[in-house]
Write a protein that binds this ligand. Structure first.
Ligand SMILES: Nc1nc2c(ncn2[C@@H]2O[C@H](COP(=O)(O)O[C@H]3[C@@H](O)[C@H](n4cnc5c(=O)[nH]c(N)nc54)O[C@@H]3COP(=O)(O)O)[C@@H](O)[C@H]2O)c(=O)[nH]1
Length: 723
């Protein structure tokens, strides 16, 4: 084929008459066409398959296969569907023209023809065919895009009942484009009755006033399945008159399902599947509105499992989670239909009970909830005996908004915990005051750290051999503006509960170490600084690391720092405590067991953890003038001596107590008898003045002791028979 002509349109002429074929060639080639010839129908089909022409000129009357049959066959072949076929008919042969169109012809030309016009005719035909093909392609890609996006489209011309619907619109509605009509009535039939008025109204406004709309509604397919759709529509005007309404219908069922799932997750607790705090607030608000209308009371119970942390710490979190699920299931079985059971998080549950009339009924309901815990829970083979404390708040006395009812129930819960757990308390105004005071205190304690309102006082420890000050105990004070000096007992438990003990404990340790180093440098080089570390602080903070950092920062040698710990440090999570104590021993600090005699008084603790110092609790020293008190104190001193530990007697206030300690070889005394705790500047003065115990107040002759030990290494603090 000639390179120059290969892109020209190719026309196939099928005619048994060689003359006609020649005339066609003569007419078309000068007009920019290539022409392929075929002398019969069979040849024409073969040429079509071989050359894939752009158009066909087909004679009607040919021997063998006529032009109609040839046309039909070509239409049935691949690519034959849309090729322009022009049938050559005899003049005024109306029947042939009809037959030609029925056989699939695109156009016809009557013979004899004006050959000059054939080129124009063919060009027009090819242009129309290209446009049709482009249109078909766009329709196909639009249908594909609509299918992908689940968007169907429709169009109605004003005045006509039938519209034009895209295939995807039929699919979304579950209708058949072959049999179902594409009109508004057919669409509205699929919409649930209760949603029809809104859609009708929107369509009326669109039609009458051109108001476009976007509306979400449901449809039901003929098979009964439900879908959510978004209907959008607009009106198109000509000369201020609406002529066409066009719209789309998007299937948004999946999006709706995801939204519903997200909403469910946002409102439910993942572990127990119960409503969470979010949904609970709504439910309480609804119940309040109902109770208000019906002039009824409403009960909100806040439950907190007793010692849940113990179960989590000792059996592990999977068991803790299993227990929470089991509790949720049991509570679900215990509440009435119409009540709401929710989980607030952690081990806190809430039950909302509408329409409880009398206080007796409220108490009855609370006891019923306590009973839910009477039998043990079995989780992963563990039999767990769990109780709960319940705070009850009643609308309207306990509050008229949901946050208030929860807050007052919390105050009542606090009171139930305070009364020994496994019980309920109904909120009273007095509890409210207590809660508010506490909230205020927490706030102020936060401020205290930032505003430098914390101070350390120091109390001397006196060596009973020499009468000299051998060490100091750092004791925390809070100078609260407008109130005065607050003792630690009033705020340390709260600091522990709120976690504020971490920054406070750190400040105490760093300040005490720095002060000890300052006093060393000022000429008191042997002073040992004792710092209290509470059990909770010990658990919540990495104390060994903090100690290392405070020592490095201050330059104080480890042997001049003493940590006073109580036995409760060892009660929970023993393994971690043991590890931390070993680390502290390695660092080289002095370990003192504080308040000895008030706890388990276990000799095995003293041996196992190699404490260096035992501090005899003030309550024993107070009693040393009685026989029993004296005997107990003597036993502790003897026991400590046998374990090579030094003893410090706390709270020494009288000469009699001091004499007793000297007589019984106690090593060190601490108490008001020598000095009260003093601020740093006053303590500097005391140290500078070389204040000490007079020689006749110090230890004299040694004394023999008897140590009474019970089995299992327990110290049996029995009265000693005097020798
Ligand atoms: N975790 C921390 N606990 C601390 C810290 N500072 C103090 N505390 C603990 O608070 C409790 C009360 O302490 P405080 O009110 O300072 O009382 C101490 C002494 O003032 C008091 N004491 C001393 N001598 C006497 C006396 O002769 N009579 C008498 N009635 N009281 C006296 O004893 C308290 C010291 O006790 P102890 O620690 O057991 O040696 C107290 O438990 C402190 O431990 C802190 O920074 N962190």
């Amino acid at each position: 084929m000639n390179e120059e002509t290969k892109d020209l349109p190719l026309v196939l002429i099928v005619d048994d008459d060689a003359m006609t074929r020649m005339l066609v060639v003569e007419a078309l080639e000068p007009e920019g066409f290539r022409v392929e010839e075929a002398a019969s129908g069979i040849e024409g089909i073969a040429a079509f398959q071989r050359r894939r022409p752009d158009a066909i000129l087909l004679d009607v009357s040919m021997p063998g296969m006529d032009g109609f049959e040839c046309c039909r066959r070509i239409r049935g072949l691949p690519d034959g569907e849309r090729i322009p076929i022009v049938v050559l008919t005899g003049n005024d042969d109306d029947e042939s023209i009809t037959c030609a169109f029925e056989a699939g012809a695109t156009d016809f030309v009557s013979k004899p023809m004006r050959w000059k016009l054939l080129g124009y005719r063919m060009r027009y035909l090819l242009r129309a065919s290209t446009v049709l093909e482009d249109l078909a392609r766009s329709k196909a890609s639009l249908a594909f895009a609509q299918e992908l996006a689940h968007v169907g489209s429709w169009e109605y011309r004003v005045g006509s009942t039938e519209g034009s619907w895209s295939p995807e619109l039929f699919r979304i509605l579950g209708l058949d484009p072959e049999t179902d009509p594409s009109n508004f009535n057919c669409l509205i039939q699929r919409v649930p009755e209760e949603e029809r008025p809104q859609l009708n109204h929107a369509f009326m406004n669109l039609h009458a006033a051109g108001l476009k709309f976007g509306l979400e509604h449901r449809i039901f397919r003929p098979d009964g399945s439900e879908r959510f759709v978004l209907q959008r529509a607009e009106a198109f005007c000509e000369q201020d008159r609406t002529v066409v309404l066009r719209g789309t219908l998007q299937d948004i069922t999946e999006r709706k399902m995801h939204e519903a799932q997200i909403e469910y997750l946002a409102n439910h607790d993942a572990l127990t599947d119960l409503p969470n705090r979010n949904l609970l607030s709504d439910r309480i608000a609804q119940s309040i509105a109902q109770a208000h209308r019906a002039v009824q009371r409403l009960v909100v119970m806040l439950l907190d499992l007793d010692r849940f942390k113990f179960i989590n710490d000792n059996f592990g979190h999977p068991v803790g989670d299993g227990l929470l699920q089991a509790v949720a299931a049991r509570l679900k079985g215990a509440v009435r239909e119409g009540d709401t059971l929710a989980r607030l998080g952690g081990d806190e549950f809430v039950i909302v009970m509408p329409a409880l009339t009398s206080t007796e009924n409220v108490e009855l309901a609370a006891r019923k909830v306590l009973d839910v815990f009477s039998l043990p829970f079995v989780v992963e083979g563990h039999e767990l005996h769990v109780t709960t404390s319940i705070g009850v708040s009643v609308y309207p006395e306990g509050g008229t908004r949901s946050e208030m009812l929860l807050k007052t129930a919390d105050a009542a819960l606090y009171s139930a915990k305070d009364s020994g757990r496994n019980c309920y308390q109904i909120y009273t105004c007095a509890m409210g005051v207590q809660v508010e005071e506490q909230a205020e205190l927490i706030n102020a304690l936060h401020q205290a750290i930032v505003q430098h309102e914390l101070e350390l006082y120091y109390q001397p420890k006196v060596d009973l051999g020499s009468g000299r000050v051998s060490g100091l105990e750092a004791l925390l004070r809070w100078r609260r503006p407008g109130i005065g000096l607050i003792p630690p007992d009033s705020f340390i438990p709260l600091a522990e509960e709120t976690g504020l003990i971490i920054p406070i404990g750190e400040w105490v340790l760093r300040t005490a170490c720095a002060q000890a180093k300052a006093w060393h440098d000022a000429g008191h080089p042997d002073l040992i600084m004792a710092v209290n570390v509470s059990a909770r602080q010990f658990r919540q903070q990495n104390v060994p690391q903090l100690v290392l950092s405070a020592l490095a920062e201050s330059g104080l040698a480890a042997r001049y720092l003493e940590l006073e710990l109580t036995e409760s440090v060892l009660m929970r999570d023993r393994e971690t405590a043991v590890k931390a104590l070993r680390q502290l021993k390695e660092i080289g600090v002095v370990l003192a067991l504080d308040d000895f005699g008030t706890g388990y008084s276990s000799l095995s603790y003293l041996k196992e953890f190699s404490f260096d110092v035992v501090k005899i609790d003030r309550s024993f020293i107070c009693d040393v003038t009685t026989d029993d008190g004296a005997s107990l104190a003597r036993s502790i001193i003897a026991m400590a001596e046998s374990l090579h530990m030094t003893t410090v007697a706390e709270g020494v206030e009288t000469e009699g107590q001091l004499n007793f300690l000297n007589t019984n070889r106690c090593d060190t005394m601490q108490g008001y008898y020598f000095s009260r705790p003093l601020p740093a500047n006053e303590m500097s003065a005391l140290l500078g003045a070389g204040t000490r115990l007079p020689a006749d107040s110090c230890r004299r002759a040694p004394m023999r002791h008897t140590l009474a030990l019970a089995g299992n290494d327990e110290v049996k603090l029995l009265p000693e028979t005097n020798t």
